[in-house]
Design a protein around this ligand. Structure first.
Ligand code: HAM
Length: 424
């Protein structure tokens, strides 16, 4: 926790660097995107999954690879009381795969999740230390149709939110043909050694693919060997079919033969989605791909799988920047009623009425503390109330209330029993 000293001399708490408070307006936009995604997940046959935020550190080391940026330098690690090394999840896939194995899920299953992820990256625009993802994992289907459907689903979510997108796809082959590609890439990197960043110089031998995704080095080598030229026959056919399936449902895409992604678990199809006008390698709104070896790697049965995750923070920022905040309300508009309590002992009755109004399906609010009628009316106005119900001392004696139409400022007395029907 970071402390600053306030004017009073008391310590003042501040949020942790790279982490954000989501205020109501922004939080509502996040929720609305999540709701849109949930609706699509239901249409596509996905069930929700919630995994813990804390997981064993070794899970991510094993799943993502020890030479990835995330594991090398971006993990928020903690120790539990037994001194076991844990960490705040940097992504969702490893935890879902851990659960898939631990809970013995049925072989074919489609799962979605949403929630915060944590990466200790250098904070900058679009890159936070706590950010939110919406993602899916589809287990048990090796067919290119599962890849195409995953790409389609992520594109549909972004499009339904109002983003104009560009999709990049690639195939990085299977464990066998990738070995060949890695050898050829390594020869190329050795020739260009002086241009590599210090970190890539160190990890190049162990994991040459990382250079193509390095924040500093990616884009430096347009002449690097292309993964697609070294695919085995089966991987080549798989990739061709993914492209045909996408074309069949009219999803435009570009092939990007240097796209490798920043995590080690991928096999065959990888993809990233960008806003049409913003295709910098660090600007991806979503990314994913197939990972046929990961379940096995983490101790489970051989299980093909494919998934994606989108960055909610980035998608909302993109919509805000382009002025396309499509977000309306998440529930249908209802009549707004403000309850004003004026005078002695009127608050309990106002509180009771507020409850009745909400139970009847109105949006109802009140100040519920002693305040002049005038300032309560101001509050009702700025909140956008259509009607105001005034509970005053006289009304209390008569077992009635005063109804005020906020638009034309007219008022009338209504008996307590007739309030709901008068408002409807
Ligand atoms: P990822 O590409 O690391 O993939 O992250 C997915 C998305 O999360 C990115 O495209 C980006 O929008 C967002 N994101 C990542 N890091 C940050 C950050 N520091 N600040 C803001 N947004 C960020 C994965 O996480 C894989 N688990 C996706 C997947 C699921 N692959 C298969 N299944």
């Amino acid at each position: 926790m970071e402390l600053q000293v306030a004017a009073t001399g008391e310590p003042r708490f501040q949020r942790v660097r790279g982490m954000h408070d989501l205020l109501p307006e922004k939080a509502t936009r996040f929720r609305q995107l999540e709701e849109k995604a949930k609706m699509l997940f239901e249409l596509y046959g996905y069930g929700e999954m919630r995994t813990p935020i804390l997981e064993p550190l070794s899970l991510f080391e094993r799943a993502l690879g020890t030479t990835t940026d995330i594991v090398e330098k971006e993990m928020f690690t903690v120790k539990d009381k037994g001194e076991r090394a844990l960490c705040l999840r940097p992504e969702g896939t490893a935890g879902v795969v851990r659960a898939f194995i631990e809970q013995n899920f049925r072989k074919t299953i489609k799962l979605f999740y949403m929630g915060p992820m944590f990466r200790a990256e250098r904070p900058q625009k679009g890159r936070y230390r706590q950010f939110f993802q919406i993602g899916t994992e589809y287990f048990g289907n090796p067919s290119p149709a599962a890849d195409a459907e995953t790409i389609q689903l992520s594109a549909e979510i972004l499009k339904s939110a109002g983003v104009e997108i560009a999709i990049r796809i690639n195939s990085i082959g299977c464990a066998t043909c990738r070995k060949n590609y890695q050898k050829i890439l390594l020869v190329f990197l050795k020739k260009n050694f002086s241009q590599l960043c210090e970190n890539c110089k160190k990890r190049m031998e162990r994991n040459p693919l990382r250079v193509l995704d390095c924040k500093g080095d990616s884009g430096k080598f347009p002449n690097a060997p292309k993964t697609t030229e070294y695919l085995c026959l089966e991987c080549k056919q798989h990739f061709t079919q993914v492209q045909e399936l996408l074309a069949a449902v009219e999803i435009p895409f570009e092939i990007f033969p240097h796209l490798v992604r920043g995590l080690d678990y991928y096999t065959r199809t990888v993809f990233e989605i960008f806003a049409k006008d913003k295709k910098g390698s660090q600007d991806a709104l979503a990314g994913g791909g197939r990972y046929d070896g990961l379940v096995r790697e983490l101790g489970g049965p051989d299980t093909p799988a494919v998934g994606f995750a989108l960055g909610v923070d980035r998608v909302i920022a993109q919509l805000e920047e382009t002025g396309k905040i499509p977000m309306g309300r998440s529930s249908p508009e209802r009549k707004k009623i403000f309850v004003a309590a004026v005078g002695n002992n009127t608050i309990p009755k106002a509180f009771q009425l507020l409850t009745q109004l909400r139970r009847a399906g109105f949006e109802a609010d009140a100040l519920l503390k002693e305040q002049s009628l005038k300032s309560q009316m101001r509050m009702a106005d700025s909140w956008g109330a259509q009607d105001c119900v005034i509970v005053g001392e006289d009304e209390l004696k008569e077992n009635s209330v005063t109804l005020r139409d906020m638009k034309n400022q007219s008022q009338k007395k209504v008996p307590w029993d007739a309030i709901l029907s008068a408002l409807q």
